[in-house]
Design a protein around this ligand. Sequence first.
Ligand SMILES: Cc1ncc(COP(=O)(O)O)c(C=O)c1O
Length: 376
Amino acid sequence: VKWLEWVDGENDEVRAAGRWRTLRTFDPDSDGGGVAGRLAGHDGEVVSFASNDYLGLTQHPAVVSAARAALDRFGTGAGSARLIVGTRSAHAELEAALAEWKRADAALVFPTGFAANLSVLSVFADATTTIFSDALNHASIIDGCRLSPARVEIYAHNDVDDLGRRLRHLRGGRRAVVVTDTVFSMDGDVADIHAVADLCARAGALLIIDEAHSVLGPDPDLDGVDALRVGTLSKFLGALGGFVAGPRPFVELLVNRARPFIFTTALTPADTAAAHAALAVYRSAEGARLRDRLRGHVDRLRAGHPSPIVPIVLGDEARAVTAAAALLDRGILVPAIRPPTVAPGTSRLRVTLSAAHTDGHVNELLAALHDIDASP
Ligand SMILES: Cc1ncc(COP(=O)(O)O)c(C=O)c1O
């Protein structure tokens, strides 16, 4: 078979399943706080409710100028892997700040959060390990499980009883890793980390939590349990990259064994410095104000909802796609999320809010959702 024929056949299969996707260009306006801008092929301004830049820090003057200063000092790329000559003082400074923030001995940055998850699972879960993974964990955790030679057990979503039962049935001699998102990326719900940590402490399991979306918490205290905290610099820290924070020997093992860390070029100095400046904003009084503002937007959509990811489940795929198109006609960009990303019958609008949204943006969103009968 000729390659092109095979590729055409595969593409036809995706189209026939109604799952064909194409890239859309969205350019934020310079004064739009990162949320308002132009969408290629669409007339007029669009307000995006689709980004993970939850605090608007990609546009923060201190973050942008830190990236600029790093460019001036270090140039664009790091030019090599961290273990060769790719480590800059910017990396070490950010790692110290991340460790302090997460109350950990040490932290290590990776080019993406995806690479951080691949790394922790492939390094800490060997063939004598069983990984217990929440059914709704992120794709990078699923792929990390696939990369590891460990046995993998999927426990029911957020079901601490199911996890406990499975841990009790672990055969003697096997080590256990429990891995969970703290905020689930398609549902915006949160894991009961303290209950999961208690189970891990009792079973002697290593707990790995992915805090990519935990801009509004939870920020669990993990004393008394072996734990690694995975995070990303790419969402509310406004840059690109991922990190792992934990006990120093665990971080040292990652430096020595994690292939997605060793065999890839270091995070760029500009992203590193941007994330460091964003972390300083996050931890300042201004950061607290931005989180309060975000919290207020979330409450207006769904009072008490624990994260800025607000799913509006509509059921069938066509309904979600039609609803997203109707919103776009009004200049509001909300993605329709369909299988295979979510289970069949649970297609949804996935609204993500940002402190950069104005009250007016949120009012418009609420009115539009009401008009299309998709109330949050
Ligand atoms: C829960 C979760 N973990 C990890 C990642 C990967 O992070 P990154 O975008 O930095 O690769 C994402 C999103 O992309 C995510 O939603």
